[in-house]
Design a protein around this ligand. Structure first.
Ligand code: SF4
Ligand code: SF4
Length: 464
């Protein structure tokens, strides 16, 4: 008896530009379209690559331009460090960044994706050109896809590995700092197996992303890409095809008078698209990263056949439909207002920040102890975060409070610039000083330079 063969069902229509109807991956091998936007993007990309690489290395106010020290929960941006005690400021900053992204997207659409996102910048201006250099153009790459592994592909993957390792190190420098990274790079991996493992995993992820996953990152994985439908409106800038001018599309015949639309159905806008879509299918497609390659492709065709450029162009959905585009819309006013308020609050809070943060916590264990002398002692844990760049010595003292004694083994307490220290102190008081088991004291913390703060603290003691 013959067994029935199982055949994967095929989708009736295209589900994803990068998926065949039987569910297998359709590899995108875009053809580079040179033109005015490609030239501008090339210059922008290399400027950004330089910036991305230098940000963890360059310093401002003696600190890295950006350091995201997750372990110590300290975040440095352009010389300003946010300590764990600054969670409110950090929250304000993150919120302002989010609103800023909403505003930029509402005005300029996916300009970030097409021009500045590291995924696009490195993919289109480092990995893709190297791929063309080593394997050859689109046709040659498709041949290698069909014929299987080749020496050229092996060489390409080795080159990709080296670049991925470089990018992984650059990426890690944002989190551990350039000096630490340099120390690791110049010593044996056996001295730092953990960080070395992290670097290897990050390299492997980079290689998988730029060598294999590619446009899927934008189409499937990136949350920003997924949110486009709510961030954009009908007046946002998009790359779009002018259907009214282009249709009906018909191949170009030099000899015949043209009565059809301007689209000559050459397909170059499709073959150049890094996400494999056809811009003529609609102005707002979630897979479109606004890379402008189809604009350059179509402009070149229009130049060749003597028709005006701009059949595919930067436009908006509203402009494509009605010929008019509004700039000022309610959402822009709302986003801008929120942004001004957020940055105002941030600037105000930063300006009012003192040079140190002091946290006083109750000691661990019993709330108080009665000493053999009859005095009551409370243990205090005092954490001081030095927000300045240099080391400071903080002196602890009691303000008023006759009969009280402060015993602090580390007084003054030295704290390195940008660092924080925790110390323990004891305050002894006669039992008669307590009322209802409580005694309010004032502790002064001073660095003798420009920081002095009086902090109230409630001692606990016997209630009778
Ligand atoms: S449709 Fe055009 S702008 Fe959008 S991703 Fe494709 S080539 Fe880039
Ligand atoms: S490149 Fe222009 S002319 Fe060619 S198919 Fe695309 S829209 Fe039509």
């Amino acid at each position: 008896m013959t067994q029935p063969t199982s055949v994967a069902p095929e989708a009736q229509e295209e589900v994803l530009s990068t998926m065949n109807r039987d569910g297998s991956r359709r590899r995108i091998r875009p053809k580079l379209s040179k033109g005015r936007f490609q030239r501008r993007r090339l210059a922008t990309a290399w400027a950004l690559i330089l910036i991305f690489t230098l940000i963890p290395i360059l310093r401002m106010n003696g600190k890295p331009l950006m350091l995201l020290d997750i372990g110590r929960r300290e975040f440095t941006f352009f010389g300003a460090t946010f300590l764990p005690t600054d969670s409110f400021l950090l929250m304000l900053l993150l919120f302002a960044i989010f609103v800023g992204i909403f505003l930029v997207t509402a005005i300029w659409g996916r300009v970030w994706c097409g021009w500045a996102c590291p995924q696009t910048v490195y993919m289109e201006f480092v990995f893709r050109p190297l791929e063309v250099l080593i394997e050859g153009g689109r046709t040659r790459q498709i041949e290698i896809d069909r014929s299987g592994p080749s020496a050229r592909r092996l060489v390409k993957n080795l080159v990709f590995f080296v670049i991925s390792a470089f990018l992984a190190n650059t990426f890690l420098a944002y989190f551990v700092g350039w000096e630490r990274l340099l120390g690791w790079m110049t010593s044996s991996p056996a001295d730092h197996p953990g960080p070395f493992g992290v670097m290897l995993v990050t390299t492997a992820l980079m290689l998988a992303d730029f060598g294999w996953f590619r446009e899927q990152t934008c189409i499937l994985a990136c949350p920003y890409g997924r949110f486009q439908s709510v961030l954009l409106d009908r007046d946002s800038l998009v790359v779009g095809y002018d259907r009214r001018r282009g249709e009906p599309r018909k191949p170009w015949r030099k000899s015949e008078e043209r009565s059809a639309g301007h689209c000559v159905d050459c397909g170059l806008c499709v073959s150049t698209c890094p996400t494999g879509i056809d811009i003529r299918d609609g102005a707002l497609q979630m897979e479109c990263i606004a890379c402008t390659q189809c604009i350059d492709a179509c402009d070149a065709v229009m130049d060749r056949i003597g028709l005006p450029r701009g059949l595919v162009r930067y436009t908006s959905q509203a402009e494509l439909e009605s010929g008019r585009r509004r700039f000022l819309r309610p959402r822009l006013v709302v986003y801008s207002t929120i942004l001004v308020v957020m940055f105002g609050a941030l600037a105000f809070s930063l300006a009012g920040k003192s040079n140190a943060d002091v946290t006083i916590l109750r000691g661990l264990g019993a709330p108080f102890t009665v000493l053999p002398s009859g005095e009551v002692t409370n243990q205090l844990r005092i954490k001081i975060a030095n927000r300045t760049d240099g080391e400071r010595s903080y002196t602890l003292s009691l303000v008023g409070g006759a009969g009280l004694t402060l015993i602090a083994p580390e007084n003054p307490l030295a704290v390195a610039g940008g660092d924080s220290e925790l110390t323990v102190a004891f305050v002894n008081a006669p039992p008669s000083a307590f009322t209802g088991g409580e005694l309010e004291i004032t502790l002064r913390i001073s660095d003798g330079v420009d920081f002095e703060e009086d902090r109230s603290y409630r001692l606990l003691g016997p209630s009778s």
